[in-house]
Design a protein around this ligand. Structure first.
Ligand SMILES: [Zn+2]
Length: 296
């Protein structure tokens, strides 16, 4: 059976999986990213993870290696232009450096787009022709599938939806700009407004009837829904899929998001379903594997 090795480079964890053509993970490992050790060490960690996760399989079964990485990436050239969470990843030829150490073809994709592909091929968006995937965690990322194709744009950098600006002279974003959607709707903004240690604490308090916590959840709903409404109008997806850490509280966010869309989106867009990612934390990893199966 053909298998793909999937690698997911994150700021805190490197994850690897062996995935079959149905998107089933046969083996999965995770290790702590040496995020301050520089690209040489991190790339060796990726290589080691790829070898370890595939150690017990027949090399002839493996048809390629898919890599999901934070952006911005130039995926046409295979270059990591500047990864905010990993030190010194500044114009690193990530794909080429991996390719010289690994014997199967390496496919590289932005993590938001990889997760969108994962949900499209194997998750909540199977069979659709257009969808928007949004990950809401320490930042906001995403990917857009339009008319049966992945939207890549110039250098493969399309879909940095967290950095659509929603507020003039607004809060400073990690990207350097001000007023980005991410600066208002990502996890850290939510917990900062609530003066809480974690998003989970706020959601738990709201669930127990804490009115102040519920107000913060309602504000978070409004910020998320405002961006989602714009995405509906921009891309006319058949479905909006939400993943990332905050999607753990999807049931507390979803009614308010639906209600906001019903009140504010143009009428023709109001019936688009907003759903929770089906592959939970593995959308990017399984999407990385899908890159391999798509390209063979
Ligand atoms: Zn930004």
């Amino acid at each position: 059976m053909p298998l793909a090795v999937a690698l997911d480079l994150g700021g805190t964890q490197i994850r690897a999986a062996l995935v079959d053509a149905k998107g089933i993970m046969l083996n999965r490992i995770a290790t702590v990213t040496q995020a301050t050790a520089g690209p040489i060490v991190v790339i060796q960690q990726l290589v080691d993870a790829a070898l370890e996760v595939s150690r017990d399989s027949n090399p002839a079964d493996i048809i390629g290696i898919g890599v999901s990485s934070p952006g911005p990436l130039d995926t046409e050239q295979g270059i990591a232009i500047g990864l905010p969470t990993i030190k010194d990843f500044d114009h690193v030829p990530l794909r080429a450096l991996l390719q010289v150490k690994l014997s199967h073809k390496v496919h590289l994709e932005n993590d938001g787009i990889a997760a969108a592909i994962g949900e499209w091929k194997f998750g909540a968006g199977q069979g659709l022709r257009s969808l928007v995937y949004i990950t809401v965690s320490t930042g906001i990322g995403g990917g857009v599938i339009v008319d049966g194709h992945v939207m890549h744009g110039r250098k493969g950098m399309a879909g940095h939806i967290g950095h659509m600006a929603i507020m003039p002279n607004g809060l400073r974003c990690n990207c350097g700009n001000v007023g980005c959607w991410e600066a208002y709707a990502a996890g850290p903004a939510f917990t900062a407004r609530a003066n809480a240690k974690s998003a989970a604490d706020v959601f738990a308090a709201a669930k127990q009837g804490d009115a102040a916590a519920q107000k913060h959840v309602d504000d978070e709903v409004d910020f998320l829904a405002l961006g989602i409404t714009s995405l509906l109008h921009l891309y006319s997806p058949e479905m909006v899929i939400i993943g990332g850490g905050l999607s753990n509280a999807f049931d507390q966010l979803h009614p308010g998001i639906e209600s906001y869309i019903t009140q504010n989106a143009m009428p023709a867009f109001r019936d688009v379903p907003v759903v929770k990612a089906a592959l939970s934390g593995n959308s990017g990893l399984i999407g990385a594997a899908a890159l391999v199966f798509q390209n063979t």
